[in-house]
Design a protein around this ligand. Structure first.
Ligand code: 13P
Length: 249
């Protein structure tokens, strides 16, 4: 057991239309009737986020963005700043997701600047790290995680809450998950590396596991040492699946 508060976060990625907001309403209403000891967040597409904030008002679900720009405002067509997410009523923002790193070439320095922007705007950044299959097979997993933590965690995190999510690239959307031993090893290493970066705050930083978390495997993954929650993609799209994962925590 760690002293971090539990967080189960859903990342809808580029999925969901207005009709799917009913899933968020169902989730919020169901959780109102249950006493989940932790936080629940949904990060829908930006087009749905403001509507989602209104739907969950006063209910035990928080809304997050999926990315933010490092600047507060300016000529950045198509981008959304952390301040915009705060203005909208979001409380979290995902930064450094592997899909952003891969498709938009975001490196550790960019991710760090985005995480710092999130903190500046009063959001909790969910900072994603994780190794590729080639890195795992070459025995470099912990080296990669160490480099990413050293490169992505802003110094502001020494006295402001952040969340770190371990998402092995080869587990995302594939139905393959690491063994519980591999998850436990990665998370214990992350806690240590994070302590080097931000000191005592590392003990209360929620470390999430992400990558093919489903109702069937959630209980075991969430019971693993140093796993404080999950970042869920596909299985967060339906309230019934996501609720089963939350209940497993
Ligand atoms: P899946 O749960 O669909 O594998 O996605 C994981 C993920 O990338 C969450 O950010």
């Amino acid at each position: 057991m760690t002293s971090a508060r539990k967080l189960i976060a859903g990342n809808w990625k580029m999925n969901g239309l207005r009709a799917d907001l009913a899933e968020i309403s169902t989730l919020a209403e169901s959780l109102e009737a249950e006493a989940f000891d932790g936080d629940v967040a949904v990060c829908p597409p930006a087009t749905l986020a403001a509507l989602a904030v209104d739907l969950v008002a006063g209910k035990p679900v928080k809304i997050g963005g999926q990315d933010c720009h490092a600047e507060a405002a300016g000529a950045f067509t198509g981008d959304i700043s952390a301040e915009k997410w705060t203005d909208l009523g979001a409380e979290y923002v995902i930064v450094g997701h592997s899909e952003r790193r891969e498709y938009y070439r975001e490196d550790n320095a960019i991710v760090k600047a985005k995480a710092a922007a999130a903190i500046r705007a009063g959001l909790t950044p969910i900072i994603c790290i994780g190794e590729s299959l080639a890195e795992r097979e070459a025995g470099k997993t912990l080296d990669v995680l160490g480099e990413q933590i050293a490169g992505c965690i802003p110094s502001e995190a020494k006295n402001t809450a952040i969340v770190v999510a371990y998402e092995p690239l080869w587990a995302i959307g594939t139905g393959h998950t690491p063994t519980l031993e591999q998850i436990g090893e990665a998370h214990a290493f992350m806690r240590k590396a994070l302590t080097n970066e931000i000191g005592a705050m590392a003990a209360t930083t929620p470390l999430l596991y992400g990558g093919s978390v489903k109702p069937a495997n959630a209980k075991d993954i969430l019971a693993t040492n140093d796993v404080d929650g999950a970042l869920v993609g596909g299985a967060s799209l339906k309230a019934s699946d996501f609720l089963q994962i939350i209940r497993a925590a």
